[in-house]
Design a protein around this ligand. Structure first.
Ligand SMILES: [Zn+2]
Length: 296
């Protein structure tokens, strides 16, 4: 109640000031009501932060042994699978179905880059048991390809999250596609950027390095507007990394996912490049190759 009175008093005071200050009453009066509720809704935030802070600190204490100094900074990247929609030569759904069988057999835990970001120690404490699944080339403006819908259903059935690489070209967001992203994001899946126009950033760097920022940042902004979460992960079109990651850091990315290299990453760095593997001849062969490459 006291707050309300204080507010009315403030409004009265403002009105008074406006009367005495002729010339700009309309604009100031129009701004005042929007400013006050904003302050009001902002008020509970510090309270919730203050209650959550001690909880976070207390749960942090047991994991204090996993402080950056206690753990190696250079970490093994979890084996990461790169998938795309099915095509005439490749049945991605069947491939994933079989890979899920292998993941279950080996009792692996499927995580996302965001999971690692939220709990960085797991790449040490659970090294050798983690697995990441990515699906590229999903367009924000179109209905999802049937095979991608089927892959998502298989993963949901298995209880595994995946990282989805989204291309955001154009201004339109297809409502059903957005709804699926939101639902999956709520279930712990990661919605990652695959740039705005699926441009090869390595090539772009040679012509116009500064355009890289727009190509990436536009996609982050569009995904955030549609889904409500700004991605922290970029999946590089054609796997092409840039030589100078300045523009990617400027876009405030954390994970940058290519294909070559990146079997290890230095967790102390601001921007983390990691690699991954596409399907080989058979699922078993793909898995064996990943075991060798990522050393798990
Ligand atoms: Zn792609």
């Amino acid at each position: 109640m006291q707050q309300k009175f204080a507010k009315y008093f403030l409004i009265l005071n403002l009105c008074f000031n406006l009367l005495s200050c002729q010339g700009q009453p309309i604009s100031v009066a129009a701004e005042t009501p929007t400013t006050l509720p904003a302050t009001e809704t902002a008020r509970p935030a510090p309270a919730s932060t203050s209650t959550s802070t001690p909880v976070a600190t207390s749960t942090d204490i047991p994991t204090a042994t996993f402080s950056p100094t206690a753990l190696p900074l250079v970490r093994q990247t979890p084996p990461t699978l790169m998938l795309h929609r099915s095509n005439a030569k490749f049945d991605a759904v069947q491939f994933l179905h079989e890979m899920i069988g292998i993941i279950k057999e080996n009792d692996l835990r499927v995580v996302t880059y965001r999971d690692i970001q939220q709990n960085p120690a797991i790449t040490v404490t659970e090294q050798g048991t983690l697995f990441i699944i990515t699906i590229d080339d999903i367009y924000l403006r179109y209905p999802m390809h049937e095979s991608v819908v089927e892959m998502i259903a298989l993963l949901q059935e298995a209880g595994y999250p995946a990282v989805l690489g989204i291309v955001t070209e154009g201004e339109f967001a297809y409502p059903e596609t957005v709804a699926i992203f939101k639902e999956l994001s709520d279930q712990g899946w990661e919605i990652a950027s695959h740039t705005d126009n699926h441009r090869n950033l390595g090539e772009m760097e040679r012509v116009s390095p500064r355009a890289i920022y727009l190509e990436v940042n536009d996609s982050l902004t569009k995904i955030e507007a549609a889904v409500g979460i700004r991605p922290i992960t970029l999946i590089l079109p054609e796997g092409q990394m840039v030589n100078d990651a300045k523009q990617l850091r400027r876009a405030k990315l954390i994970w940058v996912v290519g294909i070559n290299g990146g079997t290890q990453y230095d967790s102390s760095r601001e921007l983390l490049y990691v690699g991954r593997d596409g399907p080989y001849q058979s699922v078993q062969e793909t898995y064996e190759n990943m075991r060798k490459r990522f050393g798990f």
